[in-house]
Every structure is written in C-alpha cells, then in structure tokens.
Design a protein around this ligand. Structure first.
Ligand SMILES: C[S@@+](CC[C@H](N)C(=O)[O-])C[C@H]1O[C@@H](n2cnc3c(N)ncnc32)[C@H](O)[C@@H]1O
Length: 195
C-alpha cells in the first residue's frame, strides 16, 4: 500500500468534512484483528475508501474487502483513492444502497464493519449475522452517537437513529451467540464476537 497517498486521502477527507474512521477506533480494530487475520471483510459505508484502504493492512495474505456505498460521487472518489493507494486487487466496491445489496450477497465474512445510515443498524445487523463466520467479529461504528444513545435524549430528527442504535445494543447484548462490548472510542464502537 502507498502510505503517502493514504495520508493525502485522509487529509482531503477531513478538509471536506467527510466522516472517516477515527484514529483511536482504527487502532482498537487493529488490535482485535492482529491475532487472527481476516481473509474476508465486509464494510457497509465506504465513503471515499479511507477505512477500507486502512483495513487492507489487517488482512491475511490474499484477503479481500467488499465495501458498499450508495453515494455515486463518493463511490467514484473511493475507486480513484483505492487505485492511488495501490490496493485495487484487495477491495471490491458495490455501488448502491446496502438495503438492496446486502440481501443479495451470499458470501461469508470473518469481519463485518457497519458504518452507514444509523437508522438502519438493526437491519445491517441481521444481514451481518447471516453472513458472518463463526469466531468472526461484527464492529459497528458511531454506536454512541455523540452521547445521545446513553443519555435521555429523545427528540429532534435524530430520534429514529438514536432509537435504532439503542435497539442494536439491546439485540447484540441479548443474543446468546454473541459476546458484545460497547467501547467509548471515537463516537462509540460496538464489538460483537460470534461465539
Ligand atoms: C461514516 S461514512 C463511512 C466512512 C468510511 N467507513 C471511512 O471510515 O472511511 C458513511 C457512508 O455510508 C454511506 N451510506 C449511508 N447509508 C447507506 C446505505 N444504506 N447504503 C450504502 N451506503 C450508505 C454514506 O453515503 C457515507 O458515505
């Protein structure tokens, strides 16, 4: 991977206020993946490809990442960025709405990273549970959403998102096949290991 290019991609994304994964969140994910390097990662929410490019460093040899983005302009920029970072052979972008794309996927994944519309996290979870391998991990970023999720906040237009994120935490915590931790890194990261 071309690290110089990665730094440029990160700088541009931050300047343009594109929400990319935070450094501390990335570090935590790296720690989880260090021991058993994943062969296949699914990402929901590519943006401009920054996190997917970073994740290529965590892959096992010949590992691949599938990533989904519905915004045409961002998907195009992600393709360009992936090329610049010289990791084209490791990342496959599905362009379109994950709500439509996920039910059509029938692959198995060692790691699934949920980082898209917050009001759809429980839908993404159910699709992830269908495709994740045993001993795999599902990560969900922004799970604490600026602290709204654990406070008594329940007004405004974010209400649907907050309700859905709370439901995600409830479902993952109560599922006997999962071991879930909610970490206060970045904007909150849910880590669910498949038992
Ligand atoms: C937080 S950004 C992803 C950041 C990226 N993972 C990174 O860290 O570099 C969320 C992205 O998900 C996309 N998105 C939101 N809902 C989606 C959906 N239903 N299907 C596909 N993409 C979606 C948005 O367009 C946005 O680019």
């Amino acid at each position: 991977m071309n690290k110089q290019e990665l730094l440029k991609i990160k700088k541009k994304a931050l300047e343009e206020k594109i929400p990319i994964i935070m450094d501390d969140t990335l570090e935590v994910i790296e720690k989880y993946l260090k021991k058993d390097k994943p062969k296949r990662i699914l990402e929901i929410g590519t943006a401009v490809g920054y996190s997917a490019i970073c994740f290529t460093e965590f892959l096992a040899e010949n590992g691949v990442i599938d990533t989904i983005e519905r915004d045409e302009k961002r998907a195009r920029e992600a393709r360009e960025n992936i090329k610049k970072a010289e990791v084209e052979e490791k990342i496959n972008i599905y362009e379109g709405d994950a709500i439509e794309i996920l039910p059509k996927l029938n692959e198995k994944y060692d790691v699934i990273f949920i980082d898209a519309a917050k009001g759809k996290y429980t839908f993404f979870l159910n699709e992830a549970l269908r495709m994740v391998n045993k001993n795999g991990i599902i990560f969900a970023d922004n799970i604490l959403y600026k602290g709204y999720v654990l406070s008594d906040y329940n007004k405004h237009k974010q209400r649907t998102a907050v309700r859905n994120l709370r439901e995600y935490i409830k479902e993952t915590s109560e599922n006997p096949n999962l071991e879930t931790e909610i970490l206060e890194v970045g904007d909150g990261l849910a880590v669910s290991k498949i038992l």
